[in-house]
Design a protein around this ligand. Structure first.
Ligand SMILES: Nc1ncnc2c1ncn2[C@@H]1O[C@H](COP(=O)(O)OP(=O)(O)OP(=O)(O)O)[C@@H](O)[C@H]1O
Ligand SMILES: [Mg+2]
Length: 641
């Protein structure tokens, strides 16, 4: 535009002094107004067409309370000295950031500290509310994009760039003839916007995309991996209804980016709304409208629960926590660090240790002592009988033997032995003795088995093992402070690297001008977790669908050009966010250990109770088996003694 313009005029001829530029867009620059703190003037770069002039006039007429509250609705035209309209006046929106800064995890941690999924849900609902206000007044946003939605730290939302909206007034349609492909519905993909009358249902597609970006950590609903051949840019995926998070994803050859959450994390009602918004049904029968989102998101927010492992995680309570899972897979924290003041130190480790020590050791495994038994009378009889049998057979054999000697026949000795053995065999009670031995052997085996299970269940080993586990956890707990110190000094040693990383992390791809990287490609990169110059690494880029060596090189060159501008400042303190990250990690360890210790103590108590119960309830059976063993061995001893 006319950079020299310093003064403009209202239609009534009031002179307005332009102050500082507060923002620039493709169509115009926005200025502070010296005498009107609550208003700004947008001065167009090019002369205004009559259509636009009429639209701004019409907008001034249909201003409503809700539009005033939720948008930067133009209030009138401003003219040059020669009374030609060159811009508009609108309320000044300050203290807000683009919605993009909120839904991208990296910028969120800097620009929206201390926000969690509840906040994102609320902002989503407020965005839908603003859309509803526009639709209620027969207007259509048309060019839905993240630059047009500004969010405050209290989660309220204001729409800007309203002069590009499609406005209906007194039977006249003032069109919106622009749009961004990543927010454009399938039915308009690839078409020129000129002369197209936009409908709320077109907006409702862009709205659903924005809802998705907010709830799914900046991932675009149509960025995914395509199983077929060739590229599948976002615009094509939208046009062909290839929604990688949908129930139909596999059928349309799509898979969601690795480590992205599944659609179900938003609950059944919103799952269905996303499915409806992104399917053919949405085009033909209508997509969920803005007020549907308001109601469903309010319900979602009301049902969110805090994760027990990480206090900055809120979800519907599915297990595992979707954010723990995602952070675990990517190593990138999704929300700003929340270190509750003194939160984890409330755990009284000394008191806890006293509880552990107060649990009495169950003592050694009790012995089941030998029983005083007397051998079976029958067994004793078998023993006497055996002696008598030997005696009788011996006599008979001796008689034969002596006869043989007298006949000087050596073979008679053989017969004598035969007589001895034969008679002994006829007279003895060997089968009964064998039965005693079998019973004794069986009793010995049973006793051996019972005893090893007794040692296991009634012995103190399990208790001792559990105490070792607790002691190891305790040692881990005790070294947490030194672990923190070690990590801090490592931070100190790696200051140059850390400063470089921070520097690179400040360069967002979304707002950079990079050759061959348009909004569609930028959105894909974001959906794969590549947000800033720091994330631009060859390997990472190769894992993003549609990024071959050529495109990757363009990004790498850009990163190199950014890196070349880095100057290390040794006097700069360590970034507090790096320290906060360490504290967050240590806090995570602390919580994990605290949980493990509490669980471990419970297990120790249970183990002890189980040991004592085993002693009490298995004892009678042990006593019985011991008796059987001792009795049967005494019997065998009696037989063979
Ligand atoms: N009402 C407002 N109050 C304060 N700042 C504003 C306001 N409206 C716009 N801005 C700032 O000015 C910038 C440009 O505004 P706007 O988007 O309306 O311009 P544009 O030229 O129409 O942009 P585009 O090319 O995206 O259509 C915005 O990004 C924002 O930073
Ligand atoms: Mg505009």
């Amino acid at each position: 535009m006319n950079a020299k313009v310093r003064e403009v005029f209202t239609l009534r001829g009031e002179a307005l002094k332009l102050g500082e530029i507060v923002g620039q867009g493709g169509e115009g620059a926005v200025y502070d107004l010296a005498a009107h703190k609550n208003h700004v003037a947008k001065i167009y770069h090019r002369p205004l067409e009559q259509q636009r002039i009429d639209k701004i006039r019409a907008m001034g007429k249909i201003k409503t309370e809700s539009l005033e509250k939720l948008t930067a609705w133009p209030t009138g035209l401003v003219c040059s000295k020669d009374s030609k309209p060159i811009g508009l006046i609108m309320p000044k929106i300050s203290g807000r950031k683009s919605i993009h800064q909120l839904y991208s995890p990296k910028s969120r941690r800097t620009d929206f500290q201390r926000v969690d999924w509840r906040f994102l849900t609320r902002v989503a609902a407020n965005t839908a509310r603003a859309f509803a206000a526009v639709h209620d007044n027969a207007c259509v946003i048309g060019d839905v994009n993240h630059g047009g939605v500004l969010v405050a730290q209290d989660a309220t939302v204001r729409l800007i760039d309203c002069d590009s909206f499609q406005v209906s007034y007194l039977g006249q349609q003032y069109l919106c003839e622009v749009g961004i492909e990543t927010f454009t519905p399938p039915e308009l993909q690839g078409r020129s916007f000129s002369g197209i009358v936009r409908t709320p249902n077109h907006d409702n597609f862009g709205l659903a995309v924005m809802m998705f970006l907010l709830l799914f950590m900046g991932k675009h609903p149509f960025a995914g991996r395509y199983a077929g051949t060739g590229d599948m840019p976002i615009s094509k995926a939208i046009e062909e209804y290839r929604f990688p998070y949908g129930a139909n994803a596999a059928a349309v050859g799509m898979a969601r980016p690795p480590s992205s959450p599944e659609l179900a994390i938003v609950g059944p009602r919103l799952t269905k709304m996303f499915e409806d918004a992104f399917s053919q049904r949405g085009t033909s029968a209508g997509r969920p409208v803005a007020r549907d989102w308001v109601a469903a998101l309010a319900e979602l927010e009301a049902n969110l629960k805090q994760c027990s492992a990480n206090s900055s995680h809120w979800s519907l309570g599915s297990s595992p926590c979707p954010w723990c899972k995602m952070e675990g897979a990517t190593g990138v924290p999704l929300f700003s660090t929340v270190v509750p003041a003194g939160g984890a130190t409330l755990f009284d480790i000394a008191g806890f240790q006293r509880q552990v020590d107060a649990i009495p050791h169950p003592g050694p495994v009790p012995t089941v002592s030998e029983k005083n038994v007397t051998p079976d009378p029958n067994a004793l009889k078998i023993k006497g009988h055996a002696r008598r049998t030997n005696f009788r057979a011996g006599i008979a054999a001796a008689v034969v033997g002596v006869a043989g000697l007298m006949m000087a026949q050596i073979w008679v000795a053989g017969i004598a032995l035969g007589v001895f053995l034969g008679l002994r065999g006829l007279l003895n009670r060997d089968s009964e003795a064998a039965e005693y031995r079998r019973v004794a052997a069986e009793a010995a085996t049973q006793w051996k088995n019972a005893q090893s299970s007794w040692m296991q269940r009634a012995g103190p080993d399990a208790f001792d093992r559990q105490k070792t586990v607790l002691a190891a956890l305790r040692r881990e707990w005790d070294i947490l402070p030194s672990k923190r110190v070690a990590r801090l000094s490592e931070l100190e040693r790696n200051r140059r690297q850390a400063q470089l990383h921070r520097f690179l992390d400040n360069f967002e791809i979304s707002s950079a001008k990079i050759e061959s990287i348009g909004p569609g490609k930028k959105q894909v990169l974001e959906s794969y977790g590549i947000e800033t110059a720091l994330d631009v690494e060859r390997n990472k880029l190769y894992s993003v669908p549609g990024f071959g060596p050529k495109t990757a090189q363009k990004l790498l060159n850009w990163r190199r050009s950014v890196e070349a501008r880095f100057v290390f400042d040794p006097s700069r303190a360590i970034d507090p966010r790096d320290i906060a990250q360490i504290d967050q990690d240590i806090l995570g360890d602390r919580k994990r250990l605290q949980g493990a210790l509490i669980l471990g103590l419970e297990q120790l108590k249970q183990t002890r109770a189980q040991i004592l119960a085993a002693r009490e309830h298995s004892r009678p059976e042990m006593e019985r088996l011991r008796l059987v063993l001792d009795q049967s061995s005494a019997n065998v001893a009696a037989i063979s003694g």
